[in-house]
Design a binder for this molecule. Structure first.
Ligand code: SAM
Length: 222
């Protein structure tokens, strides 16, 4: 079926476009050995984030949802020497695994992990005066996406790129009757995007090794 085809095509594309990478392979192996769920972005999406951060010339990245640091490493590798990723993770265990992976990848000087509920750590960033992110990747608990988008707008530099992952959820996002909190949250996020003048966005559906999903891509007003 189509989902199976999507996986085959992703494998084919990746074999052409994504270099064999021992570190990334070890990161995923360590995640699974530590029993983290394999809900990281796919390799193709990881490289997409990496390329987008480079296209933007990003120097200051905010990530909400670290897991084992797979996407964090793709992003950190896109940054210049003085670039920084601040990544927010609720689970101390996930953060510990991520820290090990980030060290393994040699990008520990570029990454800071803040452990706690993102809705608690985001205000800390604001109070510390860290409201200068030029690239923001939202990939945590989907029910809170409208709040994460609100915080992204608070903490973004003018012209910042904002990406929100997993907004299609196998197509369920189109179901206005859904009572699933993640769908309700995602739809509330689209309501915000529809009415919010501070961001201009589109969304793209994807099919690949992680099934049928998609992301929002936006730019914060200048
Ligand atoms: N970005 C990661 C990657 O691609 O490698 C995947 C992140 S995974 C989809 C979502 C992560 O968000 C999980 O590690 C989960 O523990 C974390 N999370 C869930 N609720 C959270 C919250 N309230 N605050 C911060 N992180 C949270």
């Amino acid at each position: 079926d189509l989902i199976q085809k999507g996986k085959e095509v992703d494998n084919y594309f990746n074999s052409k476009l994504i270099d064999e990478d021992e570190v990334m392979a070890e990161v995923l192996k360590y995640n699974s050995a530590q029993e983290l769920p394999s809900i990281d972005v796919s390799p193709a999406q990881g490289k997409m984030l990496h390329l987008m951060a480079k296209m933007k010339g990003a120097t200051s990245v905010l990530e909400i949802g670290t897991l084992g640091g797979y996407s964090t490493i793709w992003l950190a590798r896109a940054l210049p020497e003085n670039g920084q990723v601040v990544t927010l993770e609720f689970s101390p265990k996930h953060a510990e695994v991520a820290e090990e992976n980030i060290r393994r990848a040699g990008v520990e000087d570029k990454v800071e992990i803040l452990v706690g509920k993102a809705l608690d750590t985001l205000p800390v960033l604001k109070n510390n005066g860290d409201a200068h992110f030029d690239f923001i990747f939202i990939d945590a608990d989907k029910k809170n996406n409208p709040y994460y988008l609100k915080w992204a707008l608070e903490l973004a530099e003018p012209g910042a790129v904002v990406i929100i992952d997993n907004v299609v959820r196998g197509g369920r996002v189109a179901d206005a009757e859904s009572e699933d909190k993640d769908i309700v949250g995602t739809r509330a996020c689209f309501d915000m995007l529809a009415s919010e003048d501070r961001i201009d966005a589109t969304s793209v559906q994807t099919l690949g090794s992680k099934g049928y999903d998609g992301f929002v891509l936006g730019i914060v007003a200048r």
